[in-house]
Design a protein around this ligand. Structure first.
Ligand SMILES: *[C@@H]1O[C@H](CO)[C@@H](O)[C@H](O)[C@H]1NC(C)=O
Ligand SMILES: *[C@@H]1O[C@H](CO)[C@@H](O)[C@H](O)[C@H]1NC(C)=O
Ligand SMILES: *[C@@H]1O[C@H](CO)[C@@H](O)[C@H](O)[C@H]1NC(C)=O
Ligand SMILES: *[C@@H]1O[C@H](CO)[C@@H](O)[C@H](O)[C@H]1NC(C)=O
Ligand SMILES: *[C@@H]1O[C@H](CO)[C@@H](O)[C@H](O)[C@H]1NC(C)=O
Length: 954
């Protein structure tokens, strides 16, 4: 028999030894069912997973044969997947290796060879026995996925009335064939024929066999004998064959034509439609067509009307076409997620079956079944991120959906911080997976506004903008494909507590007290345009007290950064403009101003509009001068306001003879307030009871960029009076000196160095001295050399911080002719005395003392000693002579000495603060040069009451 030959072929490919007892598959892994004309097996996808496996069938000798694609289509096997991805194996009842009991009962035994890890191969058994439910039809055609099978009843049919051209064409071949032969004749559309013995056709992939009652022919779709027929706009794949068997006196010829509709389904937005021609014309043997009914099925099983209605399937038919319409997503099929280019989407798969019956004019009933697995193209499905935030609840609520159950959330990324679902929950997020009734799922996420990962932007007033940047990282479970969904959720909530302010004034401070709100700690404090930095606080004596609930700022009235609203002798009106700014944009968030009145005291203010304001006091000299009669360098610049005690000058830096100069990094504006004594006219010597007074006032600006200062129109200046440093070393208490000031008798000068060749002039003061360099002084008598030979007696020298010799504290340099040595300074008397009318001494500062002393005025009490009376002993200047010391002391107390002064000598200037802030607008670049306008008092007290004295040595 021909099928024995086929077995022979299959035998060659027998690969596995016999005798290995196959295992049965674990419980629940495999399922099997008899459906219509075949055995159906399913093997769970999780069981096979990524493992390598193959299916084996047994030939009649019991040898296992691997079921390749070719053998499958030849032997009636279909190895595919169900819509859920499980392996599906279908075997035709008429297939090879099926144990066929008179075409009524069928048994099959297969084995699954699964390669486990380490190459171990396990065999599992699949076996099923089925009974025929519906009796065989005379002709049955099954359009399978990988082959078409036609089987025809083998008993002798009734006599057909119509001539059958195809058969007649095949007849000569049958007639000429050898006896005892099965042969196939292929008919081509052009009428040509090709005949081949059954055995040979098997080599080309065809399957042919006979069973108890039927002849079976099986053809894979890809053979060259298949051809395409177009009918009513439909495409049909057709293979036309005649199979005959010849015996000596008998020729049996069977029409084995097969045809399958092959048009692809039509995909619409919501449905798919599979259309086939009602009449498969190539299969018609007569012109008469009797419809025997059309039915649809799923997965190889017919379904009844109620299920069709329930699932909204439609089977419609007119004179030419049969259409099955299935809504996408309908039950029976399977929706599957997929990701393409990070786009989430779905495909829908369904396995349709269309069964039909018809007959012509005789007993030529045909039963036709077509299996149609359909998978829709990828349908992008953009999940929706919905904002369900209720601002009052204090958190974002975001829903993300909808997904099919094969999607899982693996991670979140909030503001670029990756979080697993577990770590998000630990952080205080709420995250849940929820199901809709239809089985799709969505995620709910709550993120508290207060979480650090939520961006907070203060908009204005009380409104805070909370922004959540979230990315969901999801994965398709079996496919292990990741995709992400990103969203930005914004919520504006009026939940900001703004700080409240209170201003107050103390004797010498403007005080701002802020009760903190919810945001001010993130903002930057500013005083006017100046950021309130540590440097500003330090240099300008601001006091900042930061508490958790309050913030207190106290500013002295002459500090940089203040606004002087009004300056008169009655008082100052000073305003502190405080603001808080955003720490990135510097936008002003809130402002508050404190205005205070202060009495006008000693004052030097350099105002932003390039105006200098200064006060002078008549009591600065003794006797007091009249402030009303003072003027600036330009004599026309008189006080803006004055009374008998004080005068107030307000003048522009570009007027009144103000000079301007550079001193390394400083720009110094300088003017003098001068009081000119009223001279007694004509008579000489000139006698005045008035003091001579000159106050040099300066505004000093630290220049970071000198060029900018001069190029910019919008330069603003602020400044205040410089103050001297503290004194560490204090002199002991001393007896109040009684002195007369006779500067015309004697003078004190300061030499530029130890050679005493050059001296500083009056205009050079204040002299700035490097802290390591000693100071050199020379006291001298100015009485012209005459008959009397006089010696200068330098009794005492001391320093004061101010010009007044009686100022406290005082530092002694020479006490009763003796130089003083202290930890901070040391006085050295020059031993080389060239002329007795002068005496020299040097003061050497220790580094410690330099910090202690800011500036110093030097005063010396001197007397002249006449040698003419022969009392030279009294003119001795030795300090070691105890007797003279005592005498000196007594004489010092007993007589009125003359004193001379000079100064100030500055040892160290105050550290300058420079603050610069560039604003964004280029045309409005403000260079803030905050200088400490340093007042340098130059009080030269000359003249006054002068009495010529000579040393009346006793
Ligand atoms: C032919 O059919 C018989 C049952 O009638 C079956 O046992 C045999 O395996 C089949 N052989 C082939 C090659 O299809
Ligand atoms: C039959 O139905 C198909 C699709 O529903 C349609 O295209 C065709 O025109 C119909 N034919 C007739 C004759 O109504
Ligand atoms: C998917 O994302 C998770 C979490 O970010 C990651 O661990 C995993 O490796 C990703 N898988 C793929 C296939 O990219
Ligand atoms: C989210 O919802 C809140 C509250 O309803 C609303 O204020 C906000 O504007 C919404 N955000 C977005 C991005 O839609
Ligand atoms: C700062 O305050 C101290 C003490 O009150 C004072 O000695 C110093 O001169 C002040 N400095 C300035 C720049 O006001």
């Amino acid at each position: 028999m021909a099928y024995l030959l086929l077995i022979g072929v299959i035998l060659i490919s027998a690969l596995f030894p016999l005798g290995v007892e196959p295992l049965s598959l674990p419980q629940g892994v495999a399922r099997s069912e008899c459906r219509s004309r075949g055995f159906w097996f399913w093997i769970d996808k999780n069981f096979l997973g990524q493992k390598v496996w193959q299916l084996e069938a047994f030939n009649s000798q019991g040898s296992a044969i691997s079921v390749t694609d070719k053998i499958a289509s030849q032997c009636g096997f279909t190895i595919t997947q169900d819509v859920y991805g499980n392996t599906e194996i279908r075997v035709s009842f008429l297939g090879c290796s099926v144990d066929n009991m008179a075409d009524r009962q069928f048994s099959v035994e297969l084995q699954l060879q699964v390669t486990e890890g380490l190459g171990q191969i396990l065999s599992y058994q699949l076996a099923l026995t089925c009974n025929l439910d519906d009796p065989w039809n005379p002709r049955e055609i099954i359009c399978e996925e990988n082959y078409v099978e036609v089987s025809v009843r083998r008993d002798v049919p009734g006599i057909a009335n119509t001539p059958m051209n195809d058969w007649l064409a095949a007849w000569p071949m049958a007639r000429d064939a050898l006896s005892h032969v099965w042969q196939i004749v292929f008919h081509f559309p052009n009428g040509s024929l090709f005949s081949t013995p059954a055995k040979a056709s098997q080599q080309w992939g065809y399957g042919i066999n006979t069973t108890a009652t039927r002849i079976v022919f099986r053809a894979p779709y890809n053979t060259s004998e298949f051809h395409l027929v177009e009918a009513n706009g439909f495409h049909i794949a057709v293979i036309k064959t005649t199979v005959f068997y010849k015996q000596v006196w008998l020729v049996l010829m069977v029409d084995m034509a097969a045809a399958c509709p092959i048009d692809p389904p039509i995909f619409q937005e919501r449905a798919l439609i599979w259309m086939t021609p009602l009449v498969l014309s190539p299969l018609m043997v007569s012109t008469v067509f009797h419809d025997g009914g059309v039915r649809m099925g799923l997965d190889g099983k017919l379904i009844d009307k109620s299920i069709m209605t329930q699932n909204s399937y439609q089977l419609s038919m007119n004179s030419t076409a049969v259409a099955i319409t299935v809504p996408i997503g309908a039950p029976g099929g399977h929706m599957q997620s997929d990701v393409i280019d990070n786009q989430y989407g779905t495909t829908y798969s369904i396995k349709l079956l269309l069964e039909r019956k018809w007959w012509g004019d005789g007993s030529d009933d045909t039963w036709h079944a077509a299996h149609k697995p359909i998978t829709t193209p990828f349908m992008p499905h953009t999940p929706v991120l919905s904002n369900y935030t209720v601002p009052e609840l204090g958190y974002f609520e975001v829903h993300l959906g909808n997904f099919f159950p094969d999607v899982e959330l693996v991670a979140l990324d909030v503001a670029n911080v990756p979080l697993t679902p577990a770590s998000a929950r630990i952080r205080g997020f709420y995250l849940s997976e929820n199901l809709h009734i239809n089985g799709s799922k969505f995620y709910i996420l709550h993120v508290p506004f207060k979480d650090k990962l939520v961006q907070k932007t203060h908009l204005s007033g009380k409104v805070m903008r909370y922004t959540l940047y979230v990315t969901y990282i999801l994965t398709l479970v079996p496919k292990n494909k990741n995709f992400t969904i990103t969203g930005v959720i914004v919520c504006d909530v009026p939940d900001v507590v703004l700080p409240t302010f209170e201003g107050s004034c103390s004797k010498d401070r403007l005080i701002l007290t802020m009760s903190r709100g919810s945001l001010d700690r993130y903002w930057l404090p500013y005083v006017r345009e100046l950021p309130l930095t540590e440097a500003l606080v330090q240099s300008q004596n601001y006091t900042v007290q930061e508490g958790s609930a309050t913030y207190r700022l106290a500013v002295p009235p002459l500090a940089a950064g203040l606004v002087y609203e009004d300056i008169t002798l009655r008082g100052l009106r000073v305003r502190l403009d405080f603001s808080l700014r955003d720490n990135t944009t510097l936008a002003v968030k809130t402002t508050f101003s404190v205005t205070c009145h202060f009495p006008t005291g000693a004052l030097l203010v350099c105002l932003p509009n390039r105006t200098m304001v200064a006060t002078v006091f008549g009591l600065d000299t003794r006797p007091a001068f009249d402030p009303r009669r003072t003027h600036l360098r330009d004599r026309n610049c008189r006080p803006t306001e004055a009374d008998e005690l004080r005068a107030l000058f307000v003048f522009s830096l570009s007027s009144c003879g103000t000079s301007r100069r550079f001193d390394s990094n400083y720009l110094i504006y300088e003017n003098d307030v001068t009081f000119e004594p009223e001279m007694m006219p004509i008579a000489a010597p000139v006698i005045s009871r008035d003091s001579e007074y000159k106050l040099t006032i300066q505004c000093r600006y630290s220049l970071h960029e000198v060029a900018s200062v001069w190029l910019e129109r919008n330069v603003s200046y602020g400044g205040s009076r410089a103050l001297s440093a503290n004194v560490l070393y204090r002199s002991r208490a001393r007896a109040l000196r009684k002195r007369a000031h006779h500067p015309q008798d004697a003078r004190l000068r300061m030499a530029t160095d130890g050679t005493y060749t050059a001296f500083y002039s009056e205009e050079d003061f204040p002299v700035l001295n490097l802290h390591t360099e000693p100071l050199f002084f020379q006291a001298e008598l100015t009485i012209p050399h005459g008959a009397l030979s006089q010696t200068l007696m330098l009794q005492e020298c001391w320093g004061t911080e101010g010009p007044d010799p009686d100022d406290a504290p005082q530092w002694d340099f020479i006490v009763q002719n003796c130089p003083v040595k202290t930890p901070t300074y040391e006085t050295l008397l020059d031993p080389v005395i060239i002329e007795s009318v002068r005496q020299r001494f040097a003061v050497k500062m220790q580094s410690l003392g330099v910090q202690a002393l800011g500036q110093v005025f030097l005063h010396c009490s001197v007397s002249a000693c006449s040698h003419t009376r022969g009392d030279t002993g009294r003119c001795r200047r030795s300090c070691n002579d105890t007797e003279h010391r005592m005498g000196s002391t007594l004489s010092g107390l007993g007589q009125q000495a003359t004193y001379v002064s000079l100064g100030p000598v500055a040892f160290q200037t105050e550290d300058q603060v420079g603050l610069s802030h560039m604003e964004d607008e280029p045309w409005h670049t403000w260079i803030w040069i905050v200088a400490i306008g340093s007042i340098v008092l130059l009080l030269l007290l000359l003249g006054g009451m002068f009495f010529s004295t000579s040393c009346n040595c006793q």
